[in-house]
Design a protein around this ligand. Structure first.
Ligand code: DX5
Length: 228
């Protein structure tokens, strides 16, 4: 497996006990997950409402691991600085919510963070090909955003493969992430399609008698096997 091919595991905090988020991020770090995704939802772009930057800021000192803010919000521009100030190294905006996506990505870089773009299932890759030079992470949604525990949309695999081909043919240094319904039964197909960063919520948070460490290891092993 080539150097850049090692799978990265990102934990969505959505399934966590929101009354214990500080403890949850420590559990995620101990489990060997690579980064935490904060699912920021405004109840308008997606039919759910989660948390603001202050919650992320409160959890920042509890762990060393990286934070990414996944902004599932109608208008991300006015608050871009708050996510960076809260300690997110990566700010991911949805292509569908940015009137001037090129400018928004540039602004995230000016704030000192890496810039990510997310694509909903219905949004074609073409929506971002003209801004990939400003993109550090491309997030292909494999569910319609808003809730955890949804079924993986396998018909996104051609889009993942097309994104992988575009990134590799242009020699771009872009993390290709998938998010939604990623678990032991689906991570292999997403990896074979070309994804290398895997965001999981439900599949990581353990049921009775299991540990997050075991679940994380199983997901990583399945992705590694598929990539090999
Ligand atoms: C969906 C969120 C995802 C979701 C992942 O709106 O953006 O990050 O929480 O959860 P699972 O892994 O349960 O689909």
């Amino acid at each position: 497996m080539a150097q850049g091919d090692a799978p990265m595991l990102v934990a969505s905090v959505l399934p966590a006990d929101f009354s214990e988020l500080g403890h949850a991020v420590q559990e995620i770090e101990k489990a060997g997950v690579d980064r935490i995704q904060w699912d920021v939802m405004d109840g308008r772009f997606v039919p759910n409402l989660t948390f603001g930057a202050d919650v992320i800021k409160a959890c920042r000192p509890r762990v060393q691991m990286g934070f990414e803010a996944h902004l599932m919000v109608e208008d991300p521009d006015p608050l871009l600085d708050t996510w960076v100030d809260a300690g997110c190294e990566l700010v991911i905006v949805h292509a569908e919510t940015c009137k001037h996506l090129h400018r928004t990505l540039g602004r995230i870089h000016e704030l000192g963070a890496r810039a990510g773009v997310a694509l909903n299932p219905a949004t074609p890759l073409d929506a971002v090909t003209n801004v990939l030079d400003l993109t550090d992470l491309l997030l292909v949604m494999t569910v319609n955003p808003g809730f955890g525990g949804q079924a993986y949309i396998a018909s996104m695999e051609p889009k993942i493969a097309a994104a992988r081909a575009e990134i590799d043919s242009r020699g771009l240094d872009i993390e290709l992430e998938v998010d939604g319904g990623i678990g032991p039964k689906t991570i292999g197909a997403a990896a074979r399609a070309g994804a290398r960063v895997f965001c999981a919520g439900s599949a990581l948070f353990p049921k009775q008698g299991e540990t997050m460490t075991d679940r994380a290891a199983a997901l990583r092993a399945a992705a590694t096997e598929a990539i090999a």
